[in-house]
Design a protein around this ligand. Structure first.
Ligand SMILES: [Zn+2]
Length: 378
């Protein structure tokens, strides 16, 4: 959609009234954001993907298999635009509370002729990263990720979703929209616009939106190098949610992308890939934060892996527990081993090749305790 920038409020030194403590879990998850450029390129290489095109169907298949491989059950929320059939792609991760949802949206269609690396490959790749990194974190709230169709034809996918598919019994804590997160190559991409609801259809949801957006901005100061600025929400998939009174927030990279906007030049080689990755890191931190991870940072136990570097066995040392669950993931975030272990007993790691791994430790009830890096070298 037309994303002409409105009034932007630059936030100077962030006000100090915030009590959001720095979370080791979020910091670790942000570090596990990988393969952003490759995924953006994969999305771009499908070519322009307007509604009704074969290319869009191929992107749909690509996303469905990506989410399925991560262990999600994918549902397609199909609808018609004239004679064209298209769909929203939906995955869910249940939290302790299965009635309260964090909805994370990013449209996956592009306009005719646009490769859409920025609009909206960046939002799509952000949802792929969020899906992978939030999957194993126990959270209080449930998370629903939706890649909307037909956004570029007038928010048709998100409108269809709120009008026909969203259950009235679902409470939405926040609708967090990701559209055009990529910075222009050689431009100043040091800022990121955190979008809040300023009026629009319903007045009562403005204040909760302002609060969520302040939180979002603060998360960017904590876990990224970017400087958050506040701007108004407009012209993308959170609007149908706003019109029904839901609380919305979103992100938008403000750097001047007009030369490439909705054109065949919206491609990775015109983007500032480092800044884009930084925005995506922030989306991961914010999504996990909004879902309220069930881990108290102040009570986070330190774990030690011995030996480290390891060869064929590794032991987990953690105080106050006799048995723990472990999950070993490789540098790409793929799970390579998991199981239950007695603290101090050797865990076989023969199946893992040499490299850098993350060992995440959970209680036997699967509440996250902590994670640590493990080097395997033989
Ligand atoms: Zn867009």
């Amino acid at each position: 959609m037309q994303r002409v920038l409105g009034v932007i409020i630059v936030l100077g030194s962030w006000c100090l009234g915030y009590a959001q403590t720095y979370s080791l879990l979020l910091a670790q998850k942000v570090q596990q954001v990988t393969e952003v450029n490759q995924q953006l390129l994969d999305y771009e290489n499908f070519g322009p993907k307007p509604t009704g095109s074969l290319e869009l169907e191929l992107v749909n298949d690509w996303l469905v298999s990506y989410y399925t491989d991560l262990g999600y059950t994918v549902s397609l929320d199909s609808f018609k635009v004239g004679s064209l059939l298209t769909s929203n792609i939906i995955i869910e991760k249940h939290g302790k509370d299965t009635t309260q949802w964090v909805v994370i949206g990013a449209h996956y269609d592009s306009v005719v002729d646009s490769y859409g690396a920025n609009d909206n490959g960046t939002g799509v790749v952000a949802t792929m990263q969020i899906a992978r990194l939030i999957r194993d974190i126990p959270t209080q709230l449930s998370v629903r990720i939706i890649n909307f169709g037909a956004e570029e034809l007038g928010l048709l996918g998100s409108e269809h979703y709120v009008a026909n598919t969203l259950s009235a019994s679902d409470s939405i804590a926040v609708m967090f929209n990701l559209d055009q997160l990529g910075g222009t190559k050689s431009a100043d991409n040091s800022k990121i616009v955190c979008e809040r609801d300023e009026g629009n259809r319903i007045a009562q949801n403005d204040l909760p939106s302002a609060r969520k957006t302040d939180t979002l901005a603060h998360i960017f100061t904590q876990y990224t190098h970017l400087k958050p600025v506040l701007g108004p929400a407009f012209s993308t998939d959170y609007m149908p949610f706003e019109e029904r009174g839901y609380t919305i927030t979103g992100l938008y990279q403000e750097s001047d992308y007009n030369a490439f906007y909705h054109s065949s030049s919206d491609r990775l080689f015109n983007m500032d890939t480092e800044a884009t990755k930084e925005v995506i890191k922030g989306t991961v931190a914010a999504s996990i934060y909004f879902a309220r991870p069930l881990v108290a940072d102040t009570e986070q136990d330190l774990i030690t892996l011995v030996p480290n570097p390891a060869r064929n066995f590794v032991r987990v040392i953690v105080t106050d527990y006799t048995e723990v669950n472990y999950v070993i993931t490789n540098a790409l975030g793929q799970q390579v081993a998991k199981g239950l272990t007695t603290v101090g007993e050797p865990i076989p790691i023969h199946v893992c090749g040499d490299g850098l791994y993350t060992v995440s430790i959970y209680t036997t009830d699967d509440v996250f305790i902590n994670a640590s890096k493990l080097i395997i070298a033989r």
